[in-house]
Design a binder for this molecule. Sequence first.
Ligand code: SAH
Length: 402
Amino acid sequence: MARVTASGSGLRVIVSARGASRLKDGHVWVYRSDIVSAEGVPPGALVAVADHRGQPLGTALYSSSSQIAIRLLSHETVTDLPALLRQRIAQAVAYRETVVQDTNAYRVIFSEADFLPGLIVDRYDDILSMQILTQAMDADAVRQAITSDLTERLHPASIIERVDPRVRQLEDLLPHESGLIQGEKTSTIFTMNGIKFHFDALEGQKTGAFLDQRENYAAASHYAHGDALDVFCYQGGFALHLAPRCAHVTGVDSSRPALEVADQNATLNGSNQTQPEIEWIEANAFDLLKDYSTTGQRYDTIVLDPPAFAKSKRDLDAALRGYKELNLRALKMLRPGGILVTCSCSYHVGQADFVQMLAAAARDAHRTLRLAQVRGQSRDHPILLNIPETAYLKCVIAIVSK
Ligand code: SAH
């Protein structure tokens, strides 16, 4: 079982020259292949890190099984881990107070990007949804420090843990189920940009909602008009934001449960008579776009927000082909003056790759595209410049000029 021990206890991990230079460059991960010695270090321990000459590099959390063997917490010596966690949680919460607007649903803690590697906490109204991703964060004392501090600061009605079984397996942690860890409330309604959404903490895919798109929803709605198509719509995040500005909106997804919630969300916001009814279609997006583009369907606004196509670097070429196919078809269907909102949440597809793919798609579709905005993830998902993995979402808004 995971255990946390103060670095004062003498637990030490020695890293190779490559591992050391990675840490000196500002990253916080050292891979197992760069660990020279971790003798007697138990799973999830708080460890002192030193280079091969014995020079101290800081304090880290150790994993005995993940490929990411250590995640640096501080360049200093840390002896009181719960106190450090409380301080970092306070900073994460304070940061959200400066960047989050128009919503009661946002990411409170984003792992490495909030200097709390292995911990993700999302807030949906008065429910907190927590994900534990490492041995160290799974330790009882650590969990207790986190939940009691979050409770004190945010006064949630309940805290729910969402378990990713694959992550627990990679971390060699005993399997357990998602569920309530405090309080009883498991569902609520949250609001973003004035639009309401159902949240059911124990249903839905992965996170409950795609909070990282919140600012992109607002940006997209600014340009949206006419007939709109939201492809990969999930529970209607974009579609519901486009509706007040559009004559007709269609949402497409292959998941029926997601579309059922999308429809309930539409009803929740439907009191506004000026809003068009949204049509939800259960389909494979690739097939539907192929059909629609060949049968001459036309739109003024198209959103493409597929799941990550590149799960690893090796998938990059195949992923870019997938993105290009989708974007090419969408571009062919847009009327002059039409808006394309196109996203990628694959970290391995960089922003430059993505924009280049889009340029190639525009060329092949014989359309002239003007870039309106190149965007990323909402600001409650901060990016650390020296940890490139913290930046993953791309959202390009472009206008078809002919
Ligand atoms: N735009 C959504 C998030 C989309 S997540 C939002 O803002 O909330 C990706 C979605 O793609 C998921 O809902 C998933 O069910 C759907 N999906 C995955 N593969 C698909 C496919 N081949 N065709 C249609 N939908 C697909």
